[in-house]
Structure formats: C-alpha cells, structure tokens
Design a protein around this ligand. Sequence first.
Ligand code: CU
Length: 123
Amino acid sequence: MTKLIVLLIGLIIIAFILWWFFGKHDVTSTEAAVTAERQSVDITVSGGYSPEQVVLKQGVPAVLNFTRKDASTCLDRVVFSDFGINQELPKNQLEAIEIDTSKPGEYDWACGMDMFHGKVIIK
Ligand SMILES: [Cu+2]
C-alpha cells in the first residue's frame, strides 16, 4: 500500500513538472499606470545650500527649485558639472533646474567658484 502511494505521489510530481515546464500558463499582466508624476525639492541658497543633499527617485522627472537669499556673488551661480548645467541664480527669485534622473548615482553641485557644495542622490 505504501509503495502505491509513493508511486502515485511520484507520478503526480512528474505530471506537475511536465505541466510546469511544457504546459500553457495564463499570465496575469497589469500595465503600470503612468501618471504625470513629478518630483521637486525646494533649496534655499543662503550661506550655503539648504538642504545640501537631495535624494531623487530614479526615472521620475525632477526639478530642483533654487532660491538665492544670499547677497554674495559667490552663490549667484549653481553648477552641475555632471549634467552640464551652469545656471544663474538671481537674488530672491525661484530658479527651477531640471535634473535628468535616468541614471542612478551621486552627483555633486557647487557654486560658481566651487566653494559651496551640494549633492543629488538618484536611486
Ligand atoms: Cu562661490
């Protein structure tokens, strides 16, 4: 009796394996809902950058909104060398800078003289 049960279980397992590898499977597939998703971070420029580190989600269009409150000309430009961005920051005026989030990594930004620094982390 035990042998018969073992044999039966063996046959069921073999049938399952055959079905698993050769049978037709219905795959439930759901398409991702694509919305006009965006991400943005406000950065205040005053004696440095606040925040000085920004984490962005990969693949979602991103905008960094810089507002310079500092009168010093040191911070009147912001440079993202990895993205080829060198943007003027007029005082008390919001400057939106679009960031390419297609590649994950860490990207530094700096003032025009490379004295103050910030970092974008895309992951
Ligand atoms: Cu500077």
